[in-house]
Design a protein around this ligand. Structure first.
Ligand SMILES: *Cc1c(COP(=O)(O)O)cnc(C)c1O
Length: 379
């Protein structure tokens, strides 16, 4: 049996190894340290220079702090795309607020601006207007901010951007992560660049990021003894991991190019098969193709998404269904929602293919050949 081919494995290089060992030898092992400052500064430059950044222990921590900074709490409602990873919705519960799930748009797979407007109008009618919208930049592509920002501004609700999957993407020429007052990045092991675990909170507002730095280091007041006026968290990134992050950041353009090349290859080959299509690239920006996501029409292809997944698994190739919509998750059974049929269909038919930037051509060919055989066997 060949070695396992993973969906999106870490891709490390000599630069990160050197920086990590240098950080280790300097004995800056604690959270905070020169690499944390450097990582924040370099990220801010990469994003266009107008963004402040706080390096944190995870993307989930960044989203949690975003809600706290905006003062969202018990009794509040927060709009969340139903097609996302659970962390986007979990943080709403962390602060005691209620998530309201919104379906996505068939064309972009991103949260539907029309349904966001409907959810806001609906909430207002029933005396429960939402306080905020968390957008998700799904699978490496930005949501439709031209419309979403306008809808939120008109309604007076806060916009938080979950850009965990979209570092390296653009929206109308601007870097992903700069479309909202608060945005979260993730450097979890499966993301386009990784620090093993880590995240960042971004904002054009310096005061928000200073507050995030304070809250993430136990909210100590600036006095010699331990003084606390706020509830704090232990959410800061360690200096060792920030060293890895700085190394990874230098490779970002190459990582985006490699993932897009994977996608192009899959599209050229598998796109020819009956019943196969791929997540569209929206006209308003570039998609990193963090994950190549395909839709399989079981009627036309002859086998369904799950049969393809199992056939690949039998060859030690990891592929995965799209995110299971939040409104179908037992833990969110009782949450209100607007729509849901589009994301249910995407979940039924959608498959994420191995998309790592270190994916070898021979492995990619093996994946393509196995999928082609699935179709031939069915016909
Ligand atoms: C990965 C991810 C997160 C969580 O990031 P962590 O760093 O793993 O906490 C949040 N939202 C989305 C959409 C993600 O894909």
């Amino acid at each position: 049996m060949s070695e396992r081919t993973y969906l999106s494995p870490p891709h490390m290089g000599d630069v990160e190894r050197g920086l990590l060992l240098e950080a280790f030898d300097s004995n800056w092992i604690a959270p905070l340290g020169p690499h944390v400052d450097g990582f924040e500064r370099e990220m801010s430059e990469l994003l266009g220079g107008k963004t402040h950044a706080a390096a944190l222990s995870s993307g989930t921590a960044a989203l949690h702090l975003a809600l706290i900074i905006l003062g969202i709490g018990p009794g509040d409602r927060v709009l969340v795309p139903t097609l996302t990873f659970a962390a986007t919705a979990n943080v709403v519960r962390y602060v005691g607020a209620t998530p309201v799930f919104v379906d996505c748009d068939k064309e972009t797979w991103q949260v539907s601006p029309d349904l966001v407007a409907e959810a806001i109008a609906d909430g207002a009618k029933h005396g429960k207007p939402p306080r905020a919208l968390i957008t998700v930049d799904l699978y490496g592509q930005c949501a439709d901010y031209a419309r979403l920002s306008e809808i939120c501004a008109t309604a007076g609700i806060q916009l938080i951007q979950d850009a965990a999957e979209a570092l390296g993407a653009t929206h109308r020429g601007a870097a992903a992560g700069t479309q909202a007052e608060l945005a979260a990045l993730s450097f979890n092991g499966n993301k386009i660049i990784t620090t093993s675990g880590g995240g960042m909170l971004l904002s054009p507002r310096r005061d928000y990021i200073e507050l995030a730095r304070k809250l993430s280091t136990q909210a100590r007041e600036p006095v010699a003894h331990y003084e606390h006026e706020l509830i704090g968290y232990n959410y800061r990134m360690s200096n060792l991991l920030a060293a890895v992050g700085r190394g990874q950041l230098r490779h970002l353009p190459a990582r985006v190019a490699a993932r897009r090349a994977n996608f192009e290859h899959y599209r050229r080959t598998l796109g020819e098969l009956p019943g196969w299509s791929f997540m569209p690239e929206a006209s308003y920006g570039t998609h990193t193709r963090w994950l190549t996501t395909a839709l399989i029409d079981a009627q036309r292809f002859g086998v369904d998404r799950e049969q393809v997944r199992l056939a690949l698994e039998a060859e030690n190739i990891e592929s995965r269904a799209l995110w299971k919509p939040m409104h179908l998750q037992p833990v969110f059974r009782d949450a209100p929602r607007v729509g849901g049929a589009v994301s249910e269909a995407l979940f039924r038919d959608g498959l994420c293919l191995p998309s790592g930037s270190s994916l070898q051509e021979a492995d990619r060919e093996r994946i393509i050949a196995r999928v082609q055989r699935c179709g031939q066997e069915a016909r």
